[in-house]
Design a protein around this ligand. Structure first.
Ligand SMILES: *[C@@H]1O[C@H](CO)[C@@H](O)[C@H](O)[C@H]1NC(C)=O
Ligand SMILES: *[C@@H]1O[C@H](CO)[C@@H](O)[C@H](O)[C@H]1NC(C)=O
Length: 207
């Protein structure tokens, strides 16, 4: 029996799929010295226009083991924030990490500041952080960069139960391999991609 999947056909044309698929050779790890034109690895905010051109041609071929280690580490972020386990952020950020969380939190220097400021600024609410579009690029055996879209929903408590505020943005993270072989964020930019949507009075709740 044959069937025709029009969506599949359109996708195949769009992706340039040919009848004979060939396996692509893994691309060798890029030489970090060849990437010196990149705006990384500083802490500067990367304009949205430049983000799509920052990555190597075949980032997924670069080093799947490193990429998965970084992806798994980054997945701890929503778990730590939404679980209000701010100590757990130590598994994610280097102790001397610098994070630009944008207005009103601004620049947070060191892990302990990131932990205390996020804890107090989120005390009034509970949260759910969801990741979406993500690219992780290995720049060298000890450095990497990732961009991860997030949607963060903040749920009102007490008299504000049922009210929400949703934030849309991206994390621009610079990663460094640590002496214990773990990967941690040394620089983060939290860049909003739209206005906060919802009723901001939920942040005025105090116990
Ligand atoms: C922090 O990030 C915001 C964009 O979200 C940017 O406007 C600001 O210049 C950044 N601050 C520094 C010191 O880079
Ligand atoms: C936000 O919620 C509060 C508390 O329920 C309410 O009094 C206020 O009118 C709401 N503001 C908006 C803009 O909906």
């Amino acid at each position: 029996m044959r069937f025709f999947c029009s969506t599949c056909a359109i996708l195949a044309v769009a992706l340039g799929v040919t009848a004979v698929s060939t396996l692509r050779e893994p691309t060798p790890l890029p030489d970090p010295t060849e990437r010196s034109a990149s705006p990384l690895p500083g802490a500067a905010v990367i304009p949205f226009f430049d983000v799509p051109t920052l990555f190597a041609n075949a980032p997924y071929a670069a080093n799947p083991t490193i990429i998965e280690a970084i992806r798994a580490t980054l997945a701890l972020y929503p778990l730590a924030i939404d679980g209000k386990n701010f100590n757990a952020l130590g598994q994610l950020f280097a102790s001397n990490a610098v994070a630009n969380y944008s207005e009103p939190l601004n620049i947070l220097t060191s892990l302990s500041t990131i932990q205390s400021v996020l804890q107090s600024s989120l005390a009034a609410v509970t949260t759910q952080h969801a990741f979406a579009t993500q690219l992780i690029d290995v720049l060298s055996p000890t450095s990497a960069f990732s961009v991860t879209y997030y949607t963060a929903t903040h749920f009102g408590r007490g008299p504000f139960l049922g009210l929400t505020v949703t934030a849309y943005g991206q994390y621009q993270d610079v990663w460094a391999k640590q002496s214990d072989a773990s990967w941690k964020i040394t620089h983060r930019n939290l860049v909003y991609m739209g206005p906060l949507i919802g009723n901001l009075t939920i942040f005025t709740f105090t116990e």
